[in-house]
Design a protein around this ligand. Structure first.
Ligand SMILES: *Cc1c(COP(=O)(O)O)cnc(C)c1O
Length: 414
């Protein structure tokens, strides 16, 4: 058998699972070459917010290709990035007043960690320890893996990952987490920062915790002078019901990571927003104190144009209404799933998740890919994580389309 040279992400090619070829996307649907179609119920890995090929984003990309494709972003600038940075700073909670561009969620996290360490170095108080929350996921580069949960995804690289202080995931009122966080903040080797995904941990299994715990985490970090980094790579752009998840806790971090829905999911782009204190720590007349980071495609003009079009959609279309309606449609359908095999049903804004109970752990290992195949056969793109089924559709999804998703879940689980 001849093998394709394409080496896919998170794919065991040795299992010979079929890999559908997609030629077109429109709204919530993905189309194959001969007319087959799949409902994209996970927003193509959490990025597609308004639907595939939104006309305004596609038009903005086309227009930008007529003007400027790419520009070195060290010492040079362009209008799409200037416009976008101003808009992001205006949109983000005070006092996040500076915007550093990169190209993926993982790099936005690397940038956040480097900003935090640079801040403490500039204050002549070098700190290197990072506090993280149990079950977290922040990306697949070495630094991002280091601040994420250790598991099968990264065990081959474990010797290379730096040590972190881990606080347990909130139980009940979350006091277990808050006590551990306060203790970690007081460690003799003072930590530089605490990084956390607000309200819902994505790749860790769509685990939800309350806004009150998030607010208390922020207060503890502030009280102990530990920088508070929010990884909003998945949670931003309406997923949790508000533009940014941190709004629900009425808090602002010192550093915030954005990517995924930043361009509406059309092109890779990321932004790390920071406070003036972080920016000022790197601001001086001495070249040696600058922030040493760049990606070749930092602030790519076409990607920035797509992001500006995304922001225009938020301003011009009833996106907040769509999100509220989707959250409600999700709630009724989750409640209507009555199979005793579906446990820990949970919702965070537009995201629904549930665990499939199983008393045969051997089967459990394989349950995710088997369910994914069953959904694929039913015209759905759903990709359970182990035994966790989650539904995170683009906001254009209709009630009827959502019904297809839940009918398939009931059938496949049954
Ligand atoms: C997806 C994700 C990342 C990594 O983003 P990439 O663009 O895949 O590098 C980081 N943090 C969170 C919370 C994510 O969901």
């Amino acid at each position: 058998m001849t093998r394709s040279p394409v080496w896919h992400a998170f794919t065991q090619h040795g299992l010979q699972d079929p890999i559908p070829l997609i030629t077109r996307g429109e709204g919530a649907w993905l189309y194959g070459a001969v007319g087959e179609r799949w409902l994209d119920a996970i927003s193509s890995w959490w990025v597609t917010t308004h639907g595939h090929c939104h006309p305004k984003i596609m038009a903005a990309i086309r227009a930008q290709t007529e003007a400027l494709d790419q520009l070195i972003f060290a010492g040079w600038t362009h209008e799409p990035a200037e416009t976008l940075a101003h808009a992001l700073v205006a949109l983000a909670p005070e006092p996040l007043n500076y915007c550093f561009f990169s190209d993926s969620g993982s790099t936005s996290v690397e940038v956040a960690l480097k900003m935090a360490l640079g801040y403490w170095r500039a204050r002549n108080e070098p700190r290197h320890r990072i506090i993280v929350l149990e079950h977290s996921y922040h990306g697949d580069t070495i630094g991002a893996m280091s601040v994420g949960a250790r598991g099968v995804y990264n065990q081959a690289y474990a010797p290379l990952l730096f040590d972190v202080a881990t606080v347990p995931f909130p139980r009940g009122d979350g006091q277990n987490t808050l006590d551990a966080l306060a203790a970690a903040c007081c460690a003799p080797a003072k930590p530089a920062a605490f990084i956390v995904e607000p309200l819902i941990l994505g790749a860790g299994g769509m685990l939800v915790y309350g806004a009150d715990v998030l607010r208390a985490m922020r207060e503890i970090c502030a009280a102990h002078g530990v920088l508070f980094i929010l990884d909003e790579v998945m949670t931003a752009w309406g997923r949790t019901g508000t533009m940014f998840a941190c709004e629900q806790a009425g808090i602002a971090p010192d550093i915030m990571c954005l990517s995924k829905g930043l361009t509406g999911g059309a092109l890779p782009l990321a932004a790390t927003l920071a406070t003036e204190a972080i920016y000022d720590a790197h601001y001086s007349a001495n070249r040696a104190d600058m922030f040493y980071h760049s990606s070749s495609y930092t602030a790519n003009p076409i990607a920035c144009a797509a992001a500006n079009a995304n922001l225009a959609i938020w301003a011009e279309e009833p996106v907040h209404k769509r999100i509220a309606a989707l959250a409600e449609m999700q709630a009724t359908r989750l409640a209507a799933l009555t199979s005793p095999r579906l446990i820990n049903k949970r919702q965070c804004g537009t995201i629904n998740a549930m665990d499939v109970a199983s008393d045969t752990p051997g089967y459990l290992d394989n349950i995710g890919p088997r369910m994914a195949a069953a959904f694929r056969a039913r015209g759905l793109l759903l990709r359970p994580m182990g035994n966790v089924i989650y539904v995170m559709p683009p906001y254009c999804v209709t009630a009827d389309e959502l019904d297809l998703v839940y009918a398939a879940i009931a059938e496949v689980v049954g």
